[in-house]
Design a binder for this molecule. Structure first.
Ligand SMILES: Cc1ncc(COP(=O)(O)O)c(C=O)c1O
Length: 410
């Protein structure tokens, strides 16, 4: 191979050798399968509208609108001043792993700090778990609708995401048989969330136990994403670990703890997986963010916990205001969420496809929401996600604008 020409914008490369010419792909095939989310385009268009001077009502953003609680920010500042800017242990500083373990004790679950792996967000945790659990060709069962990035983590490890449709009839969570029916010789495990994104619903505890038992019997694993833990008023369980001890748990400081941009999360893994996870973590990330870890220690202190709890209460209030307003406008909310900060809303009565409806609302009424297509294929054209990560006045303004849009459509 004596030289390469890259044809733009194509990703094929023309290779010439003394005897031959041929084309080779520059990038891996999988990148073609990784699609950007519509919500990113919605965000970009919303920013344009704001630059033009419009006030956009944001129901699309999947992160708390509150700033990180002051005690955490102060601890982060102190960490920087104290020079806490070097690498740490790959699995996180022991103080933080102990603190997370104490947090579980407070929930009535005993988790050895050794089983806690601190990660660069739940996203980093997903990379580690995909690396740990999936070989090329292995199927990972996920829900449809569900958190869209799950597919990509599976694909990066060569795995094959397999969508299992979940419906409002079962609160957008699978029944055990839904997973067992989807199971094939290539299946290795399932990734579920409780509460979920985009529907905010929790997995029933008995179904969780049945799924865990059935997967184990098939030699499979179960990952439970608990990133919205804490954002539920009276959950049937605080962590799936209360029900199944050898789960792979995914959690994060992003949502309940209000630390999205600090990029910090954690996994709880069975004893046998700890060494492998440690090896993966040291190779892939070296360590999680050091100042973020020291800041996160303060996230569990009573002053910060009081702030998180108050915010969780505000989210629940907003859910009621938004749901009532949307129902008054004729929308169907087949299932009220148990937690998180999302409503998954059926817009069929508008007579529009959900993606078209989202664009219409944004371009003509400056209301930003996320279309169902970002979360899967199942009935996606009927559903949109509203995130109530905006204050009550904005929610009311958004509802007024949506009412105007519906008047126009009538
Ligand atoms: C269900 C779910 N899991 C994982 C993540 C990743 O979160 P992070 O990497 O910020 O911890 C998100 C983010 O929105 C999510 O909704």
């Amino acid at each position: 191979m004596n030289f390469l020409w890259k044809f733009r914008p194509s990703w094929m490369v023309l290779v010439r050798t003394p005897s031959d010419w041929y084309m080779v792909p520059m990038f891996a095939e999988r990148v073609d399968q990784i699609k950007p989310f519509v919500v990113m385009e919605v965000l970009a268009r919303a920013a344009e509208l704001e630059e033009e001077g419009h006030r956009v009502v944001h129901f699309e953003v999947g992160e708390p609108d509150f700033p990180t609680a002051e005690p955490i920010v102060a601890a982060g500042r102190d960490a920087l001043s104290a020079g806490r800017t070097k690498y740490t242990q790959a699995t996180g500083i022991p103080e933080l792993r102990r603190t997370i373990s104490d947090y579980y004790s407070g929930l009535g679950v005993s988790v050895d700090p050794e089983r806690i792996i601190v990660t660069p967000g739940a996203s980093g945790g997903l990379v580690l778990l995909a690396g740990l659990l999936l070989d090329p060709g292995n199927e990972l069962l996920i829900t449809d609708p569900g958190y869209p990035c799950n597919e990509v983590f599976a694909m990066l490890a060569g795995g094959v995401p397999k969508r299992v449709a979940v419906t409002a009839n079962n609160r957008f969570q699978p029944l055990a048989n839904d997973l067992f029916d989807a199971w094939s010789d290539s299946s290795r495990g399932a990734l579920l969330a409780s509460p979920t994104n985009p529907t905010g619903t929790m997995l029933d505890p008995e179904v969780l136990a049945e799924i865990a038992k059935g997967l184990k019997a098939r030699g499979g694993f179960l990952i439970l994403d608990e990133i919205y833990q804490g954002l539920v008023s009276s959950p049937p369980y605080r962590s799936g670990l209360e029900i199944v001890d050898d789960l792979f748990v995914l959690n994060s400081f992003s949502k309940y703890f209000g630390m999205t941009g600090w990029r910090l999360g954690w996994n709880v893994v069975p004893d046998d997986a700890v060494d492998y996870m440690t090896h993966l973590a040291m190779n892939l990330f070296i360590s999680p963010s050091t100042p973020a870890q020291y800041a996160a220690l303060a996230a569990f202190e009573p002053a910060a916990m009081a702030i998180h709890e108050e915010r969780a209460r505000v989210f629940r209030e907003r859910a009621e205001v938004l749901a009532e307003g949307l129902r008054d406008l004729g929308f169907t909310i087949p299932v009220m969420p148990d937690g998180a900060f999302y409503l998954y809303v059926d817009i069929s009565h508008t007579g529009m496809d959900s993606t078209d409806f989202c664009w219409k609302l944004l371009n003509e009424y400056q209301v930003a929401i996320t279309p169902g297509e970002d979360f899967g294929n199942h009935l996606q054209e009927r559903f949109v996600r509203f995130a109530y990560t905006t204050d009550e006045d904005s929610i009311r303004l958004g509802l007024e604008r949506i009412a105007d849009a519906l008047d126009e459509l009538a």
